[in-house]
Every structure is written in C-alpha cells, then in structure tokens.
Design a protein around this ligand. Structure first.
Ligand code: SIN
Ligand code: FE2
Length: 204
C-alpha cells in the first residue's frame, strides 16, 4: 500500500489473477444486461474514446446535455444491474465509508483509448472516496492536484491494482495518458477495463 498523496492510496496487485478473472466474469455479466455505450462531451457532442456502462442504483452518463447520474441505461432504458458482491466487498475493505457505493462506472479502453485530466466531482457526498480497479492492459495513469495547472506525476497501473481517491485528494485531477501495447493477458484484444465505485449521496 503506497500513499501517493494524503488520501490518494495505491494498492498494487490487490487482486490475484483468479480474482481478476472472476471480476471480469462479473463485469461481462453486467454488460450483457447493460451494454457499453459511447458517451459524448457536453455541448460539443464529441465522442469519448472510452466506452462505458454502469452497475448499481445509479450510473454516470455524459451527453450533449451534460454529466449526471441517472438510474437507467441511456439506450435500453432499463435499470442498471446490481453491483457484484466482489466489488461491494472491496468497497467495505478499503473505502473507509459506512454506506455502500451507489454507482460503479465501467470504463472500457481499446488499445488507443485515453482519458483526459478531470476531477470526479459530480457526487454530493465528497466524504466518500472513489475506489478504482484496473483490469487488463497496463496504463499510464496521471494525477495532479486540486487545480488543473498543478504539477502532475504518473505511474503504471497494472491489472489487479486498486487506487483509492479520497480524503484530501478526493478532488484531484487524474486521467489515463495511454495503454501499453501487448500487456493484457486478461482482457481480449489488449483492452483495459477500469471500474470506479462511487457514493453519490450522504443519505438514503
Ligand atoms: C476515471 O478516472 O474515471 C478512470 C481512471 C482509470 O481508467 O484508471
Ligand atoms: Fe475519474
């Protein structure tokens, strides 16, 4: 366990290979009910290179109208499937927050996908961390401070790693610069799956 900054905790190799495979199987089941969709940037409508889905009572979506959490899949109109027990167990073990997560965003990266620097700030309950799991290809993860212009550092996130973004670092900028080619033995096509568990509200 490595504290990258106060509240920003990296747990390399948190999940064993067997656990990673089981988690990926859980996510495949989620995606059969809630297929990946391509989000778009607010206003411009420019598509993200990452495709997304969600599980949990709420899911994060982005389109021309903006970013938000909603209870239904934007294309099928169906409620999101439940968060797999393995991920609820992870949250209970590392989040340090009394209530369960309300959303799990599933990000799928094809080999050329990336995610620009951003803050996860659409949640009202900022006392709860964001808990992030990496599966598949290794990526170059970048994080900085509370302001976009703050200096950044980067590290290689590998399959099975967990990052907790909480406490004094809850609103730090972060993103994924790129994937490393031919590093996935778990996700077909050398892709990467990132799961982020979030608590949106402090109450029920
Ligand atoms: C995110 O910030 O939503 C994703 C981070 C990652 O893919 O590791
Ligand atoms: Fe994020």
């Amino acid at each position: 366990m490595i504290a990258l900054a106060p509240g920003l905790i990296w747990r390399p190799a948190y999940f064993s290979r067997e656990e990673q495979q089981a988690l990926l199987d859980d996510i495949r089941a989620v995606l059969r009910t809630a297929p990946l969709f391509t989000p778009a940037m607010p206003r411009t409508g420019k598509p993200f290179s990452v495709r997304m889905s969600n599980c949990g009572p709420l899911g994060w979506v982005s389109d021309r109208d903006g970013y938000r959490y909603q209870s239904r899949h934007p294309q099928t109109g169906a409620p999101w499937p439940a968060i797999p027990q393995r991920l609820l167990d992870l949250w209970a073990a590392v989040a340090g927050y009394e209530r369960p997560p309300q959303a799990c965003l599933v990000n799928y990266y094809h080999p050329a996908a990336r995610m620009g620097l951003h803050v996860d700030g659409d949640e009202q309950e900022l006392r709860a961390p964001v808990v992030s799991v990496s599966l598949g290809a290794t990526c170059l993860f970048r994080y900085g401070g509370a302001r976009r212009a703050d200096p950044t550092r980067s590290l290689k996130l590998q399959s099975g790693d967990v990052i907790v973004i909480g406490g004094a670092s809850r609103l730090v900028y972060h993103g994924v610069d790129r994937l490393y080619p031919a590093t996935s033995t778990l996700v077909a096509g050398d892709g990467r799956v990132n799961l982020t568990l979030r608590r949106i509200s402090s109450g029920d």
